[in-house]
Design a protein around this ligand. Structure first.
Ligand code: DGT
Ligand code: CA
Ligand code: CA
Ligand code: ZN
Length: 570
């Protein structure tokens, strides 16, 4: 039985195709019907006998709905598709392409799908079409690149969803685990993989395919079922037996590269590793748990965040895996915005939340400076804020609120706050908030110059990337890391799920030289919880407690900050 969404999509596609033929009245009628069907509270079969009573559905469309319900397809749409065999849904996802343009592309250049479109744009064929031009051609290429890249989701979106699904499913299963890139806490996620043990797989799969938010069932079986959620995320659920659960968990956690290497090691030892277990000849010698498998292969247990084939297997063979930082090691958050600038909550409420989280300290780093972005404070405003902080510190002791600021790095690498103000602060986070387009040389110099300022404690969101929005400015990272060490400047792992900046790879490179600090950049109470994503990047970047300033106790933190900057890392 096709879902409401699938039927709605059929009518949306008809509308798109009719729009190419300029059938304006019919186009509106089909779109309206599609919207009605899409928003029905129950499956359309419930309304089967009274379809024409639904808004926007007349005799003709009702007949078509019945045809779809009875045969699973619609002759009328198939006829339209034969007339113009283009992948209209795919092409419409490219920004700036509507049915009219798609028609021209088909008629003049025979473009059927995004692949054809890309080829034609790269060969410069589109600029000569009437109504397109060189600029449009360039825009199309950019839009294709973005549409293809944007099919990955941010960890901050998927992880809470994954936890919710897993907890729902665990009511019907003996055990449920999140696997794949989500378990490895990768910054972006292709699809979500869930693994379960269940004695009633039929029931579990029923529940899974009927979860609220399911737009489409791609594949349904007793061992594997795949769905697509309304936001476009694919979720694969696999059910395996208890005896091979560990090997399945290991296999489906990945990464693929990590698994390939493990299997080679197994082979070298005369064993065979698969998702079903670890075997010697026909005899299963392990597979019930992941620990068992790593042990049998002569490796330390490798935490999922490290499983990327970036040296973890060799380190595990030598017993030299780092003792990764964990959430409980975090003793404070040093980049928080309050309602003194663009944050939503008061310092008092933020402090109380930090105390609840078990922190010993927090750093209030509101925007300060000439650039009047985000309700930035000036020196007078800061002095007023310090009075409030002093008062709260008396009240909340031994918890400690540090006086900080987030300042802008201008185009020349200068900080837009005078040194006699900067030196009165405990923490200074310096960030680039404008002028992202400089060359690698310019941007690197700019950041390096900012680090030379004796009062800049750390560089905020060092690369400026926004996941799915912009790639981050050009930087020679090695030079930045070396300068950080030479000047005693820390680099931030910004935990905001849209940033995750530094990312895992950069964090791993950075700790060869300098120290990091994991901040949330919270603009509201609930953002303090983003810290888990920053900790994930740090773990994926091989960070231990010692690499991270905010694992220090308050006492050690204060003594670090009292040390002149140049001596902090030596
Ligand atoms: P994603 O979904 O792109 O964020 O990344 P993953 O790592 O979740 O990849 P996915 O969903 O394709 O597969 C989940 C896991 O299953 C993957 O991490 C390792 C395992 N796997 C999938 N395909 C293969 C394969 O061809 N060989 C091996 N060794 N493992 C695979
Ligand atoms: Ca996946
Ligand atoms: Ca998958
Ligand atoms: Zn900030």
């Amino acid at each position: 039985m096709p879902s409401n969404k699938e039927i709605a999509d059929i009518f949306y596609e008809i509308a798109d195709r009719l729009e190419m033929e300029d059938e304006r009245f019919k186009v509106r009628a089909y779109r309206r019907a599609a919207e009605t069907i899409e928003s029905l509270p129950k499956g359309i079969e419930v309304y089967k006998d009274n379809l024409t009573q639904l808004p926007g559905i007349g005799e003709a469309i009702a007949k078509k709905i019945k045809e779809i319900l009875e045969t699973g397809k619609l002759g009328y749409l198939e006829k339209l598709r034969r007339q113009m065999p283009v992948d209209i849904q795919g092409l419409r996802r490219i920004e700036g392409l509507g049915p009219k343009k798609i028609k021209v592309l088909w008629e003049k250049l025979g473009i059927r799908n995004v692949e054809d479109l890309k080829k034609a744009a790269e060969q410069g064929k589109i600029r000569n079409l009437e109504g397109f031009g060189a600029k449009t051609e360039q825009d199309i290429l950019e839009a294709i690149k973005f549409a293809q890249g944007a099919t990955r989701f941010s960890l901050g979106l998927v992880l809470p969803l994954a936890e919710q699904l897993a907890s729902e499913l665990s009511k019907y299963a003996e055990r449920v685990d999140i696997c794949g890139s989500v378990r490895r806490m990768k910054d972006t996620i292709g699809d979500l993989d869930i693994l379960a043990i269940s004695t009633e797989p039929q029931k579990l799969m029923d529940v899974f395919t009927r979860l609220p938010g399911v737009a489409k069932v791609l594949l349904r079986g007793l061992t594997k079922t795949s769905i697509i959620l309304r936001n476009g995320l694919q979720v694969d659920l696999r059910v395996v037996g208890r005896e091979s659960y560990g090997s399945a968990l290991q296999y489906f956690t990945g990464s693929k590269q990590h698994n390939v290497k493990l299997r080679t090691i197994a082979k070298g030892k005369g064993m065979k590793l698969s998702e079903y277990g670890l075997f010697k000849g026909d005899e299963r010698i392990g597979g019930g748990s992941e620990e068992e498998i790593y042990k049998a292969l002569g490796l330390e247990f490798v935490p999922p965040e490290l499983r990327e084939d970036r040296g973890e297997i060799e380190a595990a063979q030598q017993g030299k895996l780092p003792k990764l930082v964990c959430l409980e090691d975090i003793k404070g958050d040093l980049h928080i915005h309050s309602d003194w600038s663009d944050g939503r909550d008061s310092i008092r409420r933020l402090a109380q939340k930090c105390i609840e989280l078990g922190y010993e300290y927090m750093g209030v780093c509101d925007h300060v400076g000439r650039l009047r972005i985000a309700g930035a404070l000036d020196y007078n405003g800061l002095r007023e804020q310090w009075k409030e902080i002093d008062q709260l510190n008396k009240e909340l002791a031994p918890f400690r609120i540090l006086k900080g600021a987030e300042v802008n790095i201008d185009k020349k690498g200068n900080i837009d706050l005078p040194e006699d103000v900067l030196k009165q602060l405990d923490i200074v986070v310096a960030s680039i908030h404008f002028g992202f387009k400089g060359s690698e040389e310019e941007m690197t110099k700019r950041i390096c110059k900012a680090m030379e300022n004796p009062y800049v404690t750390c560089i905020g969101h060092p690369t400026g990337r926004m996941i799915g929005i912009r790639p981050g400015y050009a930087l020679a990272m090695e030079r930045v890391f070396e300068k950080a060490r030479a000047t005693g400047t820390l680099l931030e792992i910004n935990s905001h799920p849209a940033r995750l900046d530094l990312n895992d790879v950069h964090a791993k490179g950075a700790i060869e030289h300098t120290m990091l600090v994991i901040n949330t950049d919270a603009h509201a109470l609930e953002h303090l919880g983003f810290i888990r994503y920053g900790v994930a990047m740090a773990r994926r970047g091989w960070c231990t407690k010692a690499n991270l300033l905010n694992t220090y106790t308050l006492k050690d933190l204060l003594s670090f900050l009292k040390t002149p900057k140049k001596k902090r890392l030596s």
